[in-house]
Design a protein around this ligand. Structure first.
Ligand SMILES: C[S@@+](CC[C@H](N)C(=O)[O-])C[C@H]1O[C@@H](n2cnc3c(N)ncnc32)[C@H](O)[C@@H]1O
Length: 456
């Protein structure tokens, strides 16, 4: 699709002598990236077993470029949640948020989950991660990715930012606003962004970004870190949005966003009344690095009110009778029973991450770690539970190799022949959990979810 002429004219004016190199980058092959999921495997472990031509992405320790011939998205390791396919520049953002285990973190515009799963990996299952996405269908995909990556401590909500801000005022240590934008950096892969582009659309995006940041500001604790990012070049949505926000919020200061070779800085001369520190923000250009276009700013909330309201925490489910079948399953199948604050959504049983507030009256896709379904007189474990378990946490497992025909048969939904005790078995690929099977009389009934099965 041809690029909008008004866009090209504007870029020519901004970039001057660099414009030709920039324009030529749209005809070059896109850099392909994947990120290793440390909840499943260490980077060293993955590099040892991966059948791909990998080379490191300099700005993210978990990130790699892969070869032209590689198809990591179609490998069993992808189903096992060992990897997330992510555009390399996008990995710079999660690295800037850099949450620590135990912190309270919000990803406000999170679908499909590239950055959320990056943050979850760095949190190592400790603390609370709220991943929000207002678009319902996209929120569902976000939740599926959170599950595939075996994340235990995430809640997925489907709300507008201002609704979340009412509940979570002054609550988070770190917030990421990976804002909806005009997507100029994605024109190569997203023809819709290209077709939708207009100067008015850029203006509308900038105004929406400011609204989203306004809600984020209300939810951040004093001392907390706010990271703002876009995948567009327009100064209105980058230096412009951040400068307007800084004008309205003197309690926020821009901090130095760590730059790597080839990264550029935000341009004070590309917006009116540039915020002090706009030169500490980052611009990633496709003609300067191996990756798409991005912008990122790191802000710190220097002061502000402390926790203003009485918090409402969820009522815990104490009905041991309702949980009886779950505990029986766990005792029989797992070496250690996951426990804590349980909650039921219909017949679906979840464990809430610790420190979570009540989710009453909010739209929630996933209130925590999905354990499974309470059926009549029995408990059926979820796929999410399988993917979050390590082999040693399960009594019975069926270990397969990535290139074994049995692995592909399992992924297609076929039953497998197997020996062992009757009951639930964790199916693993090279030691990484892939899903459940239920064994009886030498046949392992396939519980790999129907919607995820590979074509036969
Ligand atoms: C750039 S994408 C996020 C990509 C995501 N962070 C990732 O790494 O996979 C922006 C997201 O913001 C969502 N969005 C649209 N309007 C929004 C709003 N008013 N508030 C919050 N998010 C919004 C879009 O549906 C989209 O999923």
């Amino acid at each position: 699709m041809p690029l909008p002429q008004l866009f090209l004219d504007k870029m020519r004016e901004l970039l001057r002598e660099e414009y030709e190199a920039f324009a030529a980058s749209y005809d070059e092959e896109k850099a392909q990236g994947l990120r290793v999921n440390p909840l499943k495997a260490s980077v060293q472990e993955f590099v040892r077993i991966a059948p791909f031509a990998l080379s490191g992405v300099p700005w993210a320790s978990e990130g790699f470029y892969y070869g032209k011939e590689d198809r990591p998205g179609k490998h069993p390791y992808h189903e096992a949640g060992l990897i997330y396919i992510q555009e390399p520049s996008a990995m710079a953002v999660g690295a800037l948020v850099n949450p620590l285990p135990g912190e309270t973190v919000l990803d406000l515009c999170a679908a499909p989950g590239g950055k959320t799963t990056h943050l979850a990996g760095r949190m190592n299952g400790e603390g609370l991660l709220v991943a929000n996405e207002p678009h319902p269908a996209r929120a569902k995909i976000l939740s599926q990715n959170v599950e595939r990556m075996g994340v235990r401590n995430a809640v997925v909500t489907n709300e507008m930012p201002d609704r979340l801000a009412e509940r979570f005022s002054v609550f988070f240590d770190r917030i990421l606003v990976d804002a909806p934008c005009s997507g100029e950096g994605m024109f190569r892969k997203d023809p819709d962004a290209c077709a939708e582009w207009s100067p008015d659309h850029v203006t509308m995006c900038a105004s929406r970004q400011l609204d989203i940041l306004e809600s984020a500001a209300r939810m951040l604790k004093p001392g907390g870190r706010l990271v703002y990012s876009t995948c567009t070049f327009s100064p209105e949505e980058n230096e412009g949005t951040i400068s307007r926000f800084a004008e309205l919020h003197p309690e926020f200061a821009l901090e130095d966003a760590q730059a790597y070779e080839g990264f550029d800085r935000g341009r004070a001369d590309w917006t009116s009344d540039a915020a002090p520190g706009i030169g500490e923000t980052l611009r990633l250009w496709p003609h300067r690095i191996r990756g798409d276009g991005h912008y990122a700013a790191v802000l710190r909330k220097m002061d502000g009110e402390e926790q203003p309201v009485r918090r409402k925490y969820p009522k815990s489910l104490t009905d041991r009778k309702a949980l009886k079948d779950y505990f029986a399953f766990a005792e029989e199948t797992l070496t250690d029973t996951p426990a804590g604050e349980f909650t039921l959504f219909g017949d679906q049983l979840y464990l809430l991450p610790s420190g979570m507030l009540t989710l009453d009256q909010l739209k929630v896709v996933r209130p925590g770690w999905h354990l499974g379904t309470l059926k009549k007189n029995r408990f059926e474990p979820s796929h999410a539970l399988a993917l979050s378990l390590k082999g040693e946490e399960v009594r019975n497992r069926l270990s397969l190799h990535a290139d074994s025909p049995q692995t592909f048969a399992y992924l297609k939904g076929e039953a497998l022949q197997a020996e062992g005790p009757k009951g639930w078995h964790l199916v693993e690929v090279d030691g990484y959990s892939l899903g459940w099977g239920k064994l009886a009389e030498g046949t392992l009934k396939n519980h790999f979810p129907k919607g995820l099965r590979w074509p036969g």
